[in-house]
Design a protein around this ligand. Structure first.
Ligand SMILES: Nc1nc2c(ncn2[C@@H]2O[C@H](COP(=O)(O)OP(=O)(O)OP(=O)(O)O)[C@@H](O)[C@H]2O)c(=O)[nH]1
Length: 378
């Protein structure tokens, strides 16, 4: 898949070429990255923006949730962007740069479990350094679910530590005194952090894009960038032939998006495995019974499922339901089906019992009946 948004060219981009500006959007699971991305894509004017999205989970839900059409974005394959698919990222960026229609801006949305540092190094430590300009790393923080121990996740801590802009999001769910305390905790991790408070990521775009806040000298010494280049060496000839193979590591479980090798730089080794996060993907061509699914949520869903998202089909409803769970809070929005209804759900958490969760979800499935589509309660 490839991608470019179609809108008018910006006169700014006719200025001397400084490289394609790149913004990395990171932040823990469910913090509001896709919401912020949609806000940017909906409100930007005069920019052709390409979007690279990476998801943790075997099925990609974000491509259904991002306002750009499929053509507008590249979905990077399953796995963690900072880890197993780093070469995919490199390849995808080159494809964006090679598009006949010039792209003005690139936004990379990482998974909630990615360490942004290796992602940034991809832009600094390879040939991309001369072709792109890393503008900033924006880190979303879920004001309601932010945990002091950051879920024992080194990646989550690095998201704060390397964020040029910290968007304290979901401020509608927390009172002001708690927000003030949260800011203090964030500043403990990152002194002098630039923190912006937001609801649904609604911030003026002038505070988010082309801000030029990324200070490479501060974090990235030439030897680190060189190390990244060595680790993620990109073969230009391969690239031109578009037959570049993803580098396989003997100790990586690529099928499950887990990478346990140690990179040659600040990337924490074993981060997904150490953090214990795994994902369960459930799909069904038959509808769910709403009461059974409700029972699953209320009585069976274990608290170690931290994040869930899905497109759901209920027997009792003609609508397409977008399901989100972040922490303890879940939401169900509806819109119309564009194609054949089906169910796609990803659950993400620590130390999950995959078999049990899949069997419980399978138990929610029912056969489509005559009354289908008449609405809940019929
Ligand atoms: N109340 C409230 N909900 C929000 C806000 N921002 C986002 N949400 C909701 O939080 C849920 C997760 O938002 P996403 O934007 O999908 O989060 P994400 O960081 O992209 O999630 P992952 O990619 O799965 O890590 C969705 O249900 C959003 O509607 C906010 O400011 N307030």
């Amino acid at each position: 898949m490839s991608s470019v948004l179609t809108s008018e060219r910006s006169p700014v981009m006719d200025a001397p070429k400084l490289g394609l500006p790149v913004t990395i959007i990171t932040g823990f699971l469910g913090s509001g990255k896709t919401t912020l991305l949609n806000h940017i894509l909906t409100n930007q004017q005069g920019l052709k923006t390409a979007v690279l999205v990476n998801e943790f989970g075997e099925i990609g839900i974000d491509n259904e949730l991002i306002v750009a059409t499929e053509d507008d974005m590249v979905e990077l394959s399953n796995g963690c962007i900072c880890c197993t698919i780093n070469n995919d990222l490199l390849e995808a960026v080159y494809k964006v740069l090679e598009r006949p229609e010039q792209v003005d801006y690139l936004i990379v949305e990482t998974t909630g479990l990615a360490d942004p540092l290796p992602v940034a190094l991809t832009f600094l430590g390879t040939e991309l350094r001369d072709l792109t300009r890393l503008d900033s790393i924006i880190t979303l923080v879920d004001a309601e679910n932010f945990s002091v121990d950051l879920f024992n996740s080194q990646a989550a801590e690095n998201q704060i530590a390397y964020g040029d802009i910290i968007v304290l999001n979901k401020t509608d769910l927390v009172d002001v005194a708690d927000l003030d305390l949260l800011e203090i905790k964030i500043r403990d991790i990152k002194e002098g952090a630039r923190i912006l408070r937001a609801v649904q990521g609604q911030l003026p775009l002038s505070l988010l894009l082309s801000v030029g806040l990324f200070e490479s000298d501060q974090y990235f010494q030439p030897k680190e960038a060189a190390a990244a280049q060595e680790t993620h060496h990109h073969d230009h000839d391969h690239h031109r032939d578009h037959d570049h193979e993803v580098e396989q590591h003997a100790d990586c479980d690529h099928d499950h998006g887990h990478c346990v090798h140690d990179h040659d730089h600040h990337h924490p080794s074993n981060h997904l495995e150490n953090d214990g996060f795994t994902s369960v993907s459930f799909q069904s061509q038959k509808p769910l019974a709403i009461r059974k699914f409700q029972h699953f949520l209320d009585k069976q869903l274990p608290s170690n499922v931290f994040r869930a998202k899905g497109i759901l089909w209920f027997e009792e409803s003609p609508k397409r339901h977008i399901f989100h769970l972040s922490g303890k809070r879940f939401s169900l929005e509806d819109d119309a089906w564009k194609g054949q209804p089906n169910n796609q759900l990803v659950l993400i958490g620590q130390n999950l019992d995959h078999e049990q969760l899949l069997s419980q979800l399978q138990h929610c499935v029912c056969q489509p009946s005559q009354s289908r589509g008449q609405g809940f309660g019929k």
